[in-house]
Design a protein around this ligand. Structure first.
Ligand code: ZN
Length: 269
């Protein structure tokens, strides 16, 4: 850390050539926040063995995303079977929370108000102990009824929800395309698929967290996928200080007060 006479932390050049500041200034940033909003992306879960879907070996390099849209899921039993196989592979990896998840949960356990908005569907923040988690892309841990023939990317289910293990048990019992036991509708992972409308409840919850936050920390997001990519911009426009922890530079690094290029586990753990 190189402190300047006015107490600010001098930028040091990072590998990217952009201004990168030291972990010490991140610690100071975190100390000043009483209502911290943490925005996390795939990067925080890669250390738990969950590949980023855009990275080599990621699920979308082996499954064609054009085949996995919401509409295709509704139309095709074959796509649904592929989707369940993919989901089973996801759980077979046995991912556990890593130092990054645990560090965020520890901030909350220490008495600070910490809200988490995540792009991840793995449930690892909750498993680490975080209590206020908004999963804007849904969760892979639950399945939900989407109705018999939903249109326009809008689920139209009866409200049935179960653990994802329910679907696996049905499939193992010889039913490759388990239907809703309440209404006979299609059952789908409670994630937001390509071509599926965002869940307004989670977007409202994310907006509420933004309203009470006094600082935003972005962890492990490349900030290239909306609506998450717009949230740090919104935070800065509201006058909130912004810190970004990510392995690679993001398009919003120049907006941030503190940028640390590194893995979530190493930087926060
Ligand atoms: Zn139903």
């Amino acid at each position: 850390m190189r402190a300047t006479p006015d107490g600010l932390i001098a930028p040091v050049p990072g590998r990217s050539g952009r201004p990168t500041r030291m972990v010490d200034s991140l610690a100071e940033f975190l100390r000043r926040s009483e209502h911290l909003l943490v925005l996390t992306g795939a990067g925080i879960s890669t250390e738990s063995g969950i590949p980023d879907f855009r990275s080599p070996g990621g699920v979308w390099t082996r499954y064609d995303p054009r085949q996995m849209t919401f509409d295709r899921y509704v139309e095709s039993a074959e796509v649904r079977a592929l989707s369940w196989a993919m989901r089973r592979e996801f759980f077979a990896a046995g991912a556990r929370p890593n130092a990054g998840h645990l560090a965020i949960a520890a901030m909350e356990a220490a008495g600070r108000s910490v809200g988490v908005i995540t792009q991840n569907i793995d449930g690892l923040h909750q498993e680490a102990g975080s209590r206020t988690v908004v999963e804007i892309h849904g969760t892979a841990r639950t399945v939900t009824c989407i109705g018999r023939r939903p249109r326009w990317g809008m689920p139209d289910g009866c409200g049935f929800r179960e653990d994802t293990t329910w679907a696996f048990a049905r499939i193992d019992a010889g039913d490759p395309d388990p239907a809703c036991p309440e209404c006979g509708g299609l059952v789908k992972s409670a994630t937001i698929s390509f071509g599926q409308a965002m869940d307004t409840t989670s977007m409202d919850a994310a907006a509420q967290l933004m309203d009470v936050a006094d600082a935003m920390l972005v962890v492990g997001s490349s900030l290239q996928v909306h609506p998450v990519a717009g949230m740090p911009v919104d935070a800065v426009e509201r006058g909130l200080p912004l810190a970004i922890v990510n392995r690679e530079p993001t398009p919003l690094d120049d907006l941030a007060d503190v940028v640390v290029h590194g893995s979530a586990g190493e930087v926060l753990g």
